[in-house]
Design a protein around this ligand. Structure first.
Ligand code: C5P
Length: 294
């Protein structure tokens, strides 16, 4: 076992409420993460007898390939945690837009941790002990722990305290990346506390797993960060309006933006929505929700 190919899937947030600002500047959240079918691909080669160096090449996006890259940081964190690992070469093909609120970089980091574990232990990826890597993952970024298991999960703390949720029925989603970059710290810093009318995740959690149609849970989609981003970044507000006008059941910004997703009742509806939005100056995908593969 010295070569691997992994998918690093993206996520959307079906619910995101901010609870408080911590002294370290991070924010405690209540959020529902949902893995989707849009993904990066990571090819990995392991040289067990080589020097403990990490190499990275990327395709599909202009990313740093040095020690700032989350894939390189993940492999280095794996070594720093005391695991023995020889040379690692990664080839990352980006399919998820960078800086879109879809967790692409966090998912790459989680995939790299899984690859390091599998290649150094010789054990299959499906045996990956996610629980044992939560701390290492958290050190790489607030969303990385979620991607160790993926699927559907309720996130608390800064997103690292996770409770797996039963996955919803396969749901089709039109995803828009309006080709603007929104900085996550910039968004969080603009929240004013105390927040008025705090929302609870109970209703969406309750309806999500039981619903036969997404119509039953789309009324409970919510993202607190929309009230910061929509008035300040017109391209995001336009994307949301366009998805609704094109016939989506609901539309919501993911994470801190800039991506917006629209929920549709069927793949045919999704094709129709995509056709209506095609001529615009943004990236569009028809994707679906995915269950955890572990
Ligand atoms: O952990 P990560 O690098 O993904 O977070 C990027 C930035 O987003 C943090 O430095 C912080 O400013 C902000 N953030 C936050 N609260 C969270 C997650 C992220 O304030 N729960």
């Amino acid at each position: 076992l010295n070569r691997l190919r992994l998918e690093a899937p993206a996520k959307i947030n079906l619910f995101l409420e901010v609870l408080s600002r911590r002294p370290d500047g991070y924010h405690t959240l209540s959020t529902v993460f949902q893995q989707i079918s849009l993904a990066d691909t990571l090819h990995v080669r392991h040289d067990p007898d080589g020097p403990p160096a990490t190499r990275l090449k990327t395709a599909g996006a202009d990313l740093p390939v040095g020690p700032k890259n989350l894939v390189v940081r993940a492999a280095d964190a794996f070594r720093a945690a005391g695991h023995v690992l020889g040379g690692m070469s990664f080839h990352l093909k980006k399919g998820v837009p960078v800086g879109g609120g879809l967790g692409g970089g966090s998912s790459d980091a989680a995939a790299a941790l899984k690859a390091c574990w599998s290649l150094s232990t010789g054990r299959p990826l499906r045996r990956f002990p996610a629980e044992a890597f939560i701390k290492t993952a958290r050190g790489l970024g607030a969303d990385v722990p979620f991607f160790l298991r993926g699927g559907t999960a309720l996130g608390a703390g800064v997103g690292e305290k996770l409770r797996p949720l039963a996955p919803p029925r396969k749901t089709w989603i039109v995803l828009v990346f309006p080709r603007v970059f929104v900085s996550t710290p910039w968004v969080f810093q603009r929240l004013r506390f105390p927040l008025t009318k705090r929302r609870s995740s109970l209703k969406i959690i309750k309806t999500l797993s039981l619903a036969r149609s997404p119509r039953e849970w789309t009324p409970f989609l919510f993202n607190r960060l929309e009230e910061i981003v929509l008035p300040r970044v017109p391209a995001v507000a336009q994307a949301k309006r366009a998805l609704l006008q094109a016939g989506c059941l609901a539309a919501l910004m993911s994470g801190s933006g800039s991506s917006v997703f629209g929920v549709v009742a069927s793949p045919r509806e999704g094709e129709r929505v995509r056709e209506r939005l095609r001529s615009r100056d943004w990236d569009l995908w028809l994707v679906h929700t995915c269950a955890s593969n572990s």
